[in-house]
Write a protein that binds this ligand. Structure first.
Ligand code: PHB
Length: 392
């Protein structure tokens, strides 16, 4: 049995865990990061691609992602399409802000490379089973390594950045699953294809047949989604059928088709854990909350948690000042619930629920029209989509 001692033990080498380790290191606070997955798996998992302006500024200015500005693409607006017409939401004009398209796995490649170059203790293939805090001042992570050997990490603080199936959550909220929770009666069918972009900006399209999102990855690879039933089998459709489904949901645009080389079905859930911190154990990112992907908030919200927690850990571990850590959950939850609302709102405004009545459908089109015909409505969408600034 191996025991490792560190100041901060971080479970999960996703964007939240790695960025936290990076910022702590800059403040002179040592950490150990573990993840169940291999480096290859982490660097190749397809996730979302939209970064808020504050996320980009932090990744760039802290040196966490040297490529975010040079390789990311700045987007100054999106299109909302409904009733056969497109309406541009002009972020630059409305709120003088923008978002960047830079896929999450590219951010992760940068973060991992930067951390390893800096000598970070970053271990892959380590499975955490639980967090113990019998001694609340010195919590422990109980884990096993890739060879099945037991590993214990003793720390001054433990952070659960271990995603929606968090094992740290039980130590914080007393239950592995306890939280505020909502499921949706639809999912997204996502594809990656080899083709040039079909549109300069992202198109969020509401149609009688359901929702579609035309997103991008690069000049030669595109990401697109259409609304499907949650139990849809990703292999159920031929390529021709997938193009038919997508085309039918973006009337007015002819999509440029190309070979589809990846397909997946994404379930929709909204979740916020009942508690985000207990003693010296805290949750960040998907361990603390999940949002449906329509508002592109998942990774951005994780990074906003990191901003708050890193400051709180600096005060606690360097100055023995516990005021910020005591305020962490309440402060983080204010943004989390704003993002939950925005993600729920975009989702419910754009998708067609399987049981929607004629009234519901007409009301929904009225809602979309209220947004695009009102400067106030457009401004709310632009503010939330480009992201509220991080608190100083
Ligand atoms: C994506 O490109 O994967 C993407 C973009 C915007 C969203 C969700 C996903 O709202």
């Amino acid at each position: 049995m191996t025991t490792v001692r560190t100041r901060v033990a971080i479970i999960g080498a996703g964007p939240a865990g790695l960025l936290l380790a990076h910022l702590l290191d800059r403040a002179g606070i040592e950490s150990v990061v573990i993840d169940q997955r291999s480096r290859e798996e982490i660097e190749s998992t397809i996730r979302a691609g939209i970064l808020e302006q504050s996320t980009v500024e932090l990744l760039d200015s802290s040196g966490a992602s040297p490529r975010v500005l040079s390789e990311g693409n700045r987007h100054e607006g999106i299109e909302l399409r409904f009733a056969g017409e497109g309406h541009r939401i002009d972020f630059a004009d409305l709120v003088d802000r923008a978002v960047w398209l830079f896929p999450q796995h590219e951010v992760l490649k940068d973060l991992i490379a930067v951390r390893l170059t800096a000598g970070q203790d970053l271990r892959f293939g380590i499975t955490a089973s639980r967090v113990e805090d019998e001694n609340p001042a010195h919590p422990k992570v109980i884990a096993t390594d890739a060879e099945g050997q037991p590993l214990t990490i003793e720390a001054d603080f433990v952070v659960g950045a271990d995603g929606s199936r968090s094992v740290a959550r039980a130590a914080v909220s007393g239950s592995a699953t306890g939280g505020y929770f909502r499921e949706y009666p639809f999912a997204w069918f996502g594809i990656l294809c080899e083709a040039p972009p079909s549109s300069e900006e992202l198109i969020y399209s509401n149609s009688d047949k359901g929702f579609a999102l035309i997103s991008q990855r690069s000049a030669t690879v595109q990401r697109m989604y259409f609304q499907c039933a949650p139990e849809t089998d990703p292999t159920a459709f031929s390529e021709a059928e997938l193009w038919e489904h997508l085309q039918a949901r973006v009337p007015g645009t002819t999509l440029t088709e190309g070979p589809i080389f990846q397909r997946d079905v994404l379930r929709f859930r909204s979740f916020v854990a009942h508690e985000l911190r207990k003693n010296r154990v805290a949750l960040i990112g998907d361990a603390a909350h999940t949002v449906p992907p329509t508002g592109a908030k998942g990774m951005n919200l994780a990074i906003a948690d990191v901003v708050l927690l890193e400051k709180a850990l600096r005060a606690l571990l360097l100055e023995n000042d516990d005021r910020l850590i005591d305020a962490y959950a309440e402060k983080a939850l204010q943004r989390i619930w704003k993002a939950q609302h925005f993600s729920w709102w975009m989702t419910s405004m754009l998708h067609v629920a399987p049981d929607a009545s004629d009234f519901d459908r007409r009301r929904q089109l009225g809602e979309l029209r209220s947004v695009v015909e009102s400067k106030a409505g457009q401004t709310y969408l632009a503010e939330a989509y480009t992201g509220w600034p991080h608190q100083p």
